[in-house]
Write a protein of this length. Structure first.
Length: 836
């Protein structure tokens, strides 16, 4: 708007010089800009007045009030030309009240392709400092919602496909469908001169019950232009649906002469071309989920690496790696949009609350958990995806710097869904994006200059494996790694911390909600910062065939680490157990205990303890018929707070700090047993093929507890757990049968009783053989009745007895035709259910 102002002369010289691809290139200046012509001429710039763009120009300078050459200008810039354009849109807006300035103002026909917009907001005059932050553009989406949801009262997304949910983070992006937890399943965005509509499963693009929405989307994307609509061959159902509704379209791969392109989100082969296509006015209808990719690329950054997000991030929409519940949800109404969650609106309101130091009020209180998670996820998007991500980084950094990192501990807990938790989330995520997070936190513990560790990076299992380094990163510090070239870009990762539970949903927190971080190993030298510190691991993906990998580590401290069979007692006593890190690891071939270092320093010789653990794990493997060596060692981590229960299964198994005395005290284990840890190890042995959810979830895992206590610890079942005392068992069966043996009551110890009766009659070997057989069976049904009939048949054949009456007595839905299959087997005369 002020290109002719002498005060701006130096800036204008700089701008033209920066825009010029080569020194001495001719600068074309629109004839109406005589002052600019004089300023540039006086500096010796070769300028040429012109009424239109000429292809030979290196830079073209113009006002923003005529878009007649819009397409030519866009191509000129794409070929490397520079464009200096100025104007204001408020006057135009005053005379075009039915039009929207962001999309209809002539100058925006050109600049919007680059993500730059003229607005109808009055500017101020004065002397201004230069800011790194991109100002937000208020997007009024009422007209868009009206169009896209016209005639739609409900969005039914129940199909055969399981949807992901979305992160809607762009200033020009907005949700179209959400559930009560503020999870989005449809979204749209303006991008440059074009538009985008996204669904979180491709099946939704061809489902007849969403026909009205899909037709609205096609028209909103630009069908009125009457250009070509291309449908990717993978979306034949969408092609059929549109054809049936007289929408002219064709099966086509992506070409740049389409008006609208419809595709799945599973390939990024055309990402750059699609960006240009949309920026220049094309419409994109795209669908897909990311949860399957996330499950197959465990530990990878879905927001950065998932193919669809390499297309979508730049549009301000991303697909997340988690599922959401498919359901029937009311369509959004434009008049209600301000009451619904929108990332930028929620963040702005939270910032206002912090600045005014006011108590949080609705609706922000209802959005806070979602906002915390979204802030952390936005910071995982590579900044190269746009200025908005870079600007958000600065906003969030300033927010943490201004308000500080709240203290949180067992002694100083913080309430869930609070501003403290929000700041903890953001600070954690910020630190992971920094090469040095000392600006955010105080450092602890002196670090060693450098050390070299050798890691076995082979993994023949089906899941990722954690490999311990024996090193610890103090909180608020940065660690630097130097890797051999063979390990870069092959799926390996660095992980800081072992406390993997996410406490975001906790009502009260005794530690930050997320404390571990992972980074892909992409370069031979990389630095990783962690606000909370932790033990350092190398994450090895399934299928990795890298043997001994030497890694140089600088900035860490040594942690107590005892490996059974390799570490000597003298090494332990003289050196290792004195290492300064606050966390330690005791490792055998099949299990690793991660506990506070102070809990193991009094142990003079860990070998007897770990020998007992090896026996326990051998028994766990024996009952499960999984082989003597686990694909990856089980891990048990003690934490000040966990996400569920007293302990929970998973990788790693998580327990409270109070359980440490059970894990590392051999005398206690032998005298009293350790039901809960084995219970969780049993959970990790459960398999869908012989599990009947939800009935057996908390039942069959206890088979391992009984087996280990009796076989390894010499503790009989009635002493291992009070629920297995004879009087309690009899009462439980009597109560169950007294209610009619209803399957809805068959769970936990009641369900366990069924299996214990079989074990007491036929021994443990029958279970071992059965679990072994299941590993070779394919095409196992997924519904409980079919699986229970299969299980009854297999157990009957295993023990060579007709067990149908036994299972029927327990309320199992045994079918007549299944009973006939093993009716020829001898009757089970000692069936204990006959006596009940």
């Amino acid at each position: 708007a002020r290109k002719h102002t002498p005060k701006m002369a130096q800036f204008l010289h700089n701008a033209v010089g920066w825009l010029s691809a080569s020194p001495g290139a001719v600068v074309g200046v629109q004839k109406s800009l005589s002052s600019l012509l004089s300023i540039l001429s006086s500096s010796g710039t070769q300028v040429e007045p012109s009424t239109e763009l000429i292809a030979s120009f290196g830079v073209y300078c113009m006002d923003a009030y005529d878009a007649a050459q819009g397409r030519e200008l866009i191509q000129f810039v794409k070929r490397g030309g520079g464009l200096l354009i100025g104007g204001q849109a408020w006057h135009w807006a005053s005379g075009h009240k039915t039009e929207r300035v962001l999309f209809d103002f002539p100058g925006n026909h050109v600049t919007s392709v680059a993500g730059v917009y003229f607005t109808d907001v009055y500017g101020e005059t004065g002397i201004f400092s230069i800011s790194d932050e991109v100002p937000a553009i208020p997007l009024i989406i009422s007209a868009d919602l009206n169009f896209l949801l016209r005639g739609v009262s409900e969005l039914d997304i129940v199909t055969d496909g399981v949807p992901s949910h979305l992160l809607v983070h762009g200033t020009l992006a907005f949700p179209l469908g959400l559930d009560c937890a503020h999870q989005f399943f449809f979204a749209a965005a303006h991008y440059g001169r074009g538009r985008v509509v996204l669904t979180t499963h491709e099946v939704l693009l061809g489902t007849p019950k969403l026909t009205d929405f899909i037709l609205n989307a096609i028209h909103w994307l630009g069908a009125e232009k009457r250009g070509r609509i291309g449908i990717n061959p993978n979306l034949k159902n969408l092609h059929d649906l549109l054809t049936q509704r007289q929408v002219v379209c064709e099966i086509s791969e992506f070409t740049d002469n389409l008006s609208i392109y419809c595709c799945q989100s599973y390939s990024d082969n055309e990402a750059k071309k699609i960006h240009e296509f949309v920026a220049e006015g094309g419409g994109l209808l795209i669908g897909g989920q990311a949860w399957w990719w996330a499950s197959q690329n465990e530990g990878q950054n879905v927001l950065a690496e998932y193919p669809g997000n390499k297309i979508l991030n730049g549009f301000g929409i991303s697909i997340l790696g988690e599922t959401m519940e498919a359901g029937k949800y009311p369509a959004l109404r434009p008049e209600d949009q301000w009451g619904h969650y929108h990332f930028h609106r929620a963040l702005a309101q939270f910032q206002q609350h912090l600045e005014k130091k006011e108590e949080l009020q609705p609706p922000v209180t209802g959005w806070l958990q979602k906002l915390s998670q979204d802030c952390a996820k936005v910071l995982q998007i590579p900044v190269k995806n746009g200025h908005v991500c870079a600007s958000l980084y600065h906003i969030l950094y300033e927010m943490v710097q201004s308000n500080g990192i709240p203290p949180v501990s067992k002694e100083h807990p913080v309430k869930g869904n609070s501003q403290e938790v929000m700041l903890l989330h953001v600070a954690t995520a910020l630190c992971q994006t920094m090469s040095d997070c000392e600006r955010l936190a105080l450092c602890e513990l002196p670090t060693v200059p450098s050390t070299t560790v050798e890691i076995n990076c082979t993994n023949s299992g089906e899941r990722i494996s954690w490999r311990s380094t024996g090193l610890y990163l103090p909180r608020g510090n940065t660690v630097t790694f130097i890797f051999p070239s063979t390990v870069t870009g092959v799926g390996l990762q660095v992980q800081i911390g072992c406390h993997s539970d996410d406490l975001s949903r906790a009502e009260e927190l005794k530690r930050p909600p997320v404390v571990i971080c992972r980074c892909n190993i992409k370069d031979q030298k990389m630095s990783v910062s962690s606000l909370w510190g932790g033990l350092i691991y190398i994450i090895v993906p399934k299928g990795s065939q890298l043997w001994g990998v030497s890694i140089t580590v600088k900035g860490a401290v040594q942690a107590p680490f005892f490996r059974f069979g390799k570490t000597s007692k003298s090494q332990w006593l003289t050196c290792i157990h004195h290492y300064p890190a606050p966390w330690a690891e005791l490792a055998t071939q099949n299990i690793i205990l991660m506990v506070p270092a102070d809990s193991i320093r009094p142990i003079d010789d860990p070998e007897p303890l770990l020998t007992l653990w090896e026996w326990i794990m051998a028994a766990v493997a024996e009952l499960g018929a999984t082989g003597a060596t686990f694909p990856r060692p089980e891990r048990i981590v003690a934490d000040v707070q966990i996400s569920a229960g007293w302990m929970h299964s998973g990788y790693p198994i998580m327990c409270h700090l109070d359980s440490v005395k059970v894990l590392v005290n051999m005398e206690y284990m032998q005298a009293n047993g350790l039901w809960s840890p084995i219970h969780e190890l049993g959970h990790n042995q459960q398999r869908a093929s012989w599990e009947f959810l939800p009935h057996t979830t908390e039942a069959t895992c206890n088979l391992w507890s009984v087996y280990v206590h009796e076989k390894v610890l010499g503790i009989p079942r009635d002493r291992a757990h009070e629920e297995l005392q004879l009087k309690n068992r009899k009462k439980r069966i009597s109560d169950y049968l007294g209610k009619g043996a209803q399957l809805q009551d068959w769970d936990v110890c009641t369900a366990l009783e069924t299996y214990l009766q079989l074990q007491e009659a036929f021994g443990w070997e029958s279970f071992i053989q059965l679990f072994s057989e299941y590993q070779t069976v394919s095409n196992i049904p997924t519904d409980n009745p079919s699986k229970m009939n299969l299980g009854a048949e297999k157990f009957s054949r295993q023990v060579k007895k007709n067990l149908a009456p036994f299972f029927v007595a327990w309320g199992w839905p045994i079918k007549g035709e299944v009973s006939k299959k093993f009716a020829s087997l001898p009757n089970w005369d000692k069936n204990p259910m006959k006596k009940m």
